[in-house]
Structures are given as structure tokens and as C-alpha cells.
Design a protein around this ligand. Structure first.
Ligand code: DC
Length: 228
């Protein structure tokens, strides 16, 4: 392949499947940019909450999306997120925004606005983009498509460890949140969370991050070799 050709790599999967960490590490190894599309839905949801826009009002949220600038910057194992110039990286990880993001992302009109932005950001290749619909809707012609999944109880436990509060109450809250979000993301009409027919599906239930990164890197290297 031409040494200048840079791939588009799509990584999709549910919450806690490991996609953010794996996408960030893979991007670093390849020298690609890492774009976390979920952060865009989260930032928009936070803005809707802050402006008292009803999350179920598709047209109002769409208009808000049209008038919003969301900037993602690679940082460590994730993205720094700027909403209209303001750093909201921490705030958008809070439980209230997590639920709100799942709700605003169900509107087809809102998705159209953010998907168009995601396509612009990834158009030149050299990108690892992660989300729910990258391989099915944002970049259906992506060079590599990975779908990560894991047992829901294991995904919830990972989130609990990440959040640093492993009390029984918090554990139950996270399990319920993941179950509700899975249900909403997988059953919505617009771009539901499903693997693309040509995605490589990896179950990360019994694998640690290093093992999954190595496996995904293997898939990418094979793809690069095929073009060489
Ligand atoms: O990946 P995440 O948990 O940050 O995503 C937050 C919500 O955004 C998730 O519940 C579904 C939605 N989302 C989406 O619909 N499409 C994407 N490409 C990424 C996220």
C-alpha cells in the first residue's frame, strides 16, 4: 500500500466493552487520531440539560446540535472534550449526562447532525473512531471494523472499578444503568447498536486490555499487509 494511505478503523460496542481504552491505545500505537463519538452525544446532552431543552424534543435538540461546536483532543487514554470552547471532559462522565446522552442519541435528526461532523473529522483517514454505529452508519466502508462485547455483569464491574466506588448501592446503580442503556441503544430505530456484517467480533469478557489491544492490532496489521 502507499505509505501515506491511512486507514479508517471503526470500533463499536456497548458500555464497558473496553472500546474507549482500546481505541486510545491502538491510535497511539499507530500514530492515528482517536475520536470518541460518544463524547459528542454526551457534550450535546449536557448542553441540552444546561439550557433546559427537553431531551425528548428531537427538533429542539437538533437545533441545539446545529449551533454547537464540540472539539475532541486526544489525551492519555481518552479525549479532552471542549463544548463551545469550555472543557466539559469530567462533567460529561457523570451519571445524569450518561443517561441523557443515550436519550438524545435516539433521535434520527440529531444523529444526522453529529454523524456528518464525525464523517468530516475522519474523512482523511488515520483515525480510530469508536462508538455504537461507526462501522454501520458513520463509516460503512471503514477499512477495519471491530465490534467489542462482553458479559453485562463484567462490563458493569469494570465501570464500578473505573468510577472508584464499589459500594453495594453504586454497584446496583451501575448494573441497572448499563442494562437500561443497552436496551435503549440496541433497540432504537435509528442506527441501533449492532455489529456490522463485516465486523470482527471480539468478546472481551475473559480478556484483559493488553490481550484485546494485541488482537485488534493483529487485525489491523493483516489489513495493512494485504495492501502492501
Ligand atoms: O460511548 P459512550 O458511553 O460515551 O456513549 C454515550 C451514549 O451515546 C450511548 O448511550 C449511546 C450514544 N452513542 C451513540 O448513539 N452513537 C455513538 N456512535 C456513540 C455513542
Amino acid at each position: 500500500m502507499s505509505p501515506t494511505r491511512k486507514l479508517i478503523i471503526a470500533i463499536d460496542g456497548p458500555a464497558g466493552s473496553g472500546k474507549s481504552t482500546i481505541a486510545a491505545r491502538l491510535a497511539r500505537k499507530l500514530g492515528y487520531i482517536n475520536l470518541e463519538s460518544g463524547a459528542m452525544y454526551r457534550a450535546l446532552a449536557f448542553k441540552a440539560m444546561a439550557h433546559n431543552v427537553a431531551l425528548d424534543d428531537a427538533e429542539a435538540v437538533r437545533q441545539l446540535a446545529e449551533n454547537t461546536v464540540i472539539h475532541l483532543e486526544a489525551q492519555g487514554d481518552g479525549n479532552r472534550v471542549l463544548l463551545d470552547g469550555r472543557d466539559v471532559s469530567q462533567r460529561i462522565r457523570q451519571p445524569d449526562v450518561t443517561i441523557a446522552a443515550s436519550r438524545v442519541s435516539a433521535h434520527p435528526a440529531v444523529r444526522r447532525v453529529l454523524v456528518a461532523r464525525q464523517r468530516e473529522l475522519g474523512a482523511n483517514g488515520g483515525v480510530v473512531m469508536e462508538g455504537r454505529d461507526i462501522g454501520t452508519a458513520v463509516f460503512p466502508d471503514a477499512d477495519v471494523k471491530i465490534f467489542l462485547d462482553a458479559d453485562p455483569a463484567v462490563r458493569a464491574e469494570r465501570r464500578v472499578l473505573q468510577n472508584g466506588d464499589s459500594s453495594i448501592g453504586e454497584r446496583q446503580r451501575v448494573q441497572a444503568e448499563i442494562a437500561a442503556r443497552d436496551q435503549r441503544d440496541r433497540t432504537r430505530v435509528a442506527s441501533p447498536l449492532v455489529p456490522a456484517p463485516d465486523a470482527v467480533i471480539l468478546d472481551t469478557t475473559h480478556r484483559n486490555i493488553d490481550e484485546v489491544v494485541a488482537e485488534v492490532e493483529g487485525v489491523v496489521r493483516q489489513r495493512l499487509d494485504r495492501e502492501a
